[in-house]
Write a protein that binds this ligand. Structure first.
Ligand code: PHE
Length: 453
């Protein structure tokens, strides 16, 4: 049983630490890898527009709600929902689904992170520094189609995460994210400027910013909304878990708003770094998951000191991926250690070993298991689809319904304002969004995206 109430919990130690760690969870491969490739695959500007609307209307309110629930409950996500819900109501199942989602996401995320880590070394030896799509494409193909390399890098990444997690919440997560995020912003800005000044860059800008509404289908809507959930790390108890480490005097809406804006900004920068170059060098915007890895080396190949900057880029991307992975792991680690009384060390090791096994299916999805498909998808694609497009939005519906209809306005207000000590005017609109708008909107988009409506 849970021992949380009697046990002193580790927490974030400063306001900036809270912001940095939350941002560290949100900003990651989702911005640098997933956002560009999905935007490229789903028609560019129109997809971007839907994604931004979903982030504002659904993402932000759900994020605020999740952090608030977490801070109120001060425990892992499963125990937290048990504490907050009326006796006998199974709202904690949301967090159980969240733990499952964390496993699915980590399974493929650790593989993409593996590519990023491997690219640090490829960048070092300079072999991928080329503007020729064939050269950069072949280098990426060689990496992902090699089963041994894919697995070893993935396990290395998992082992590294284990090491960092064992240092503990505040020291481990805070210290790393705090120092290096600003550097990533700056580097993306530099790449963006270069990309924009390439001959032929304007086509990429048009792709990114001038929408063609005919490209919006049910599937596009769902993918864009799924991305909004994935990006903000919501719908699966991750923000709830981080919320449990928030300090009582932290202004949650202000923090969430800042994280959302910074996260959107990083994604936009990544888009501006990638799409002009895609068109300038004749890459395919719809290249899929390989887009980042084949395009970015071409931009660096056309920058003075590109070799050095490319190494730096993959190092910073690896760090961004690390912040996100630590937050993903924190969901099952905190559940297992707090609910089942396992030590953090044991919980972390057990979870990483399971992940090493389950994740291998994604690690091998481009080599040994490439032909093994379920519903037409490799494990990698299936885990990605199930988590982003089904589980996180479903979690979002349930969390909104919980706050909007069960927990209620008074408790939300009390928790948000920390018992009235923080003046907040936004409770009314926030509650309205959570009670009516988010659940309905998510439901409609899910049904449309799945072709059921
Ligand atoms: N938001 C992270 C990213 O964009 C991924 C993530 C999803 C992290 C869900 C935690 C929970 O890279």
């Amino acid at each position: 049983m849970s021992q949380t109430s009697s046990q002193a919990r580790d927490g974030f130690t400063s306001t900036f630490g809270v912001l940095a760690a939350t941002l560290g969870s949100a900003v990651g491969l989702g911005n640098i890898w997933k956002f560009p490739y999905l935007t490229g695959e789903n028609g560019g500007a129109s997809f971007l527009l839907v994604y931004v609307i979903a982030t504002l209307l659904v993402g932000l309110p759900v994020m605020i709600a999740e952090i608030t629930l977490g801070r109120k409950a001060k425990s892992d996500a499963v125990s937290g929902l048990m504490k907050l819900a009326p006796k006998g109501q199974p709202w904690w199942l949301i967090a159980v689904m969240g733990v499952l989602a964390a496993f699915l996401i980590m399974s493929f995320y650790s593989e993409v992170a593996a590519w990023v880590f491997a690219y640090i070394f490829k960048a070092l030896d300079g072999s991928i520094l080329s503007t020729d799509p064939n050269v950069t494409g072949a280098a990426f193909g060689a990496l992902i189609s090699n089963p041994l390399q894919s697995l070893l890098w993935q396990w290395l990444v998992l082992a590294l995460m284990g090491g960092i997690l064992l240092l503990g919440v505040s020291r481990g997560i805070e210290a790393i994210t705090k120092k290096l995020m600003p550097l990533l912003f700056i580097l993306l800005l530099v790449i963006g400027i270069r990309s924009l000044t390439l001959p032929g860059a304007s086509e990429g800008l048009a792709f990114l910013f001038s929408p063609d509404f005919s490209k919006i289908t049910g599937g596009v809507l769902l993918t864009a909304m799924g991305l909004a959930f994935f990006k903000l790390s919501i719908g699966m108890g991750c923000m709830m878990t981080y919320g449990s480490y928030f300090r009582a005097d932290q202004n949650i809406p202000a923090t969430a708003l800042r994280v959302m804006c910074a996260d959107l900004f990083v994604s936009m920068l990544a888009g501006i770094a990638i799409f002009p170059a895609v068109f300038a060098f004749g890459f395919e915007p719809s290249a899929g998951p390989s887009l980042l890895f084949i395009t970015i080396p071409a931009v660096f190949a056309s920058i003075p000191f590109g070799h050095f900057f490319m190494v730096l880029f993959f190092v910073l991307s690896a760090i961004a991926a690390t912040g996100a992975m630590l937050s993903l792991l924190e969901v099952p680690v905190s559940v297992v250690s707090e609910r089942f009384g396992l030590s953090r060390v044991k919980a972390t090791v057990t979870i990483l070993v399971v992940l090493g096994l389950v994740g291998s299916t994604c690690g091998l999805s481009n080599s040994s298991l490439a032909e093994f498909k379920i519903a037409g998808k490799t494990f990698f694609d299936l885990f990605d689809y199930l988590s982003s497009n089904i589980m996180l939005p479903l979690g979002g519906i349930c969390l909104s319904l919980f706050v909007g209809w069960v927990w209620g306005r008074e408790k939300l207000e009390e928790a948000l304002t920390n018992g009235g000590t923080l003046p907040l005017a936004i409770v009314g609109p926030l509650f309205f969004l959570l009670r009516y708008v988010s659940p309905l909107l998510i439901l409609i988009v899910m049904l449309k995206g799945l072709g059921l409506f």
